[in-house]
Design a protein around this ligand. Structure first.
Ligand code: FES
Length: 218
């Protein structure tokens, strides 16, 4: 009987403790302790169905020993932040006819990861279609994800512009031979290039990107 070890990790935000052997895979633990079993297929890391986020990096849980994840933060497609693009993708997937139970979780994680890492559309697409399932779901939802990522890119660019302008608020000038500083007047919304969308993007001073970055997933 192989010796058992105590494993502790955080799974979709919940603390999990489990007794595992050195041969137990992360996939075994996630299947046993998460809301739904990992749809294992190949067991050799080639199909991509068992994708999880481990400390913010996407990994195939079927080829990772559980003990390698001891103390780590593990997220499945069910655990991505509610305000982020991954969760939006989860809702899109759930709303389709006959959603595929095998690739949905991995597509949610890929969407979140693409958003978090601010991948270009080309790179996000490459990630999204890696390890194709063949069920047609990725092809069906990709246009919606591409639109979400583009909206995010534009919103982030607008936020960066506002931040850059605020950084220039204090300007130095020479006043009667004496150098002093002066607070520049607050720009109007129009001068600031701020749009209504910017306001929505920075609700509570946080962006969806912040949520995803804090979660270490997406
Ligand atoms: S089950 Fe296929 S990659 Fe893990």
């Amino acid at each position: 009987m192989p010796k058992e070890h105590l494993l502790r990790l955080r799974l979709d935000g919940e603390r999990v403790t489990s007794r595992v052997t050195p041969a137990t895979t992360l996939s075994d633990v996630v299947s046993e302790r998460s809301a739904r079993p990992v749809p294992e297929e190949c067991d050799d890391g080639s199909c991509g169905r068992c994708l999880v986020s481990l400390e913010g990096n996407l990994v195939h849980a079927c080829i990772l020993l559980a003990l390698q994840a001891d103390g780590a933060n593990v997220v499945t497609g069910d655990g991505v932040p509610e305000r982020g693009i991954g969760a939006r993708m989860r809702r899109v997937l759930a709303s389709g006819e006959n959603p595929c139970g095998k690739c949905a979780s991995s597509l949610v994680l890929k969407a979140a990861d693409g958003a978090r890492r601010r991948l270009t559309a080309e790179d996000a697409r490459a990630l999204f279609f890696e390890n194709p399932c063949g069920c047609g779901t990725a092809e069906r939802v990709w246009p919606e994800l591409a639109a979400l990522l583009e909206a995010r890119r534009l919103a982030n660019a607008a936020v960066e512009r506002v931040k850059a302008k605020k950084g220039k608020k204090k300007r130095k000038f020479h006043h009667g031979g004496t150098e002093s500083t002066e607070e520049a007047p607050e720009p109007t919304k129009e001068e600031d290039g701020e749009t209504e969308q910017d306001g929505e993007t920075e609700q509570d001073g946080k962006t969806e990107q912040d949520d995803e970055e804090e979660s270490g997933t997406e």
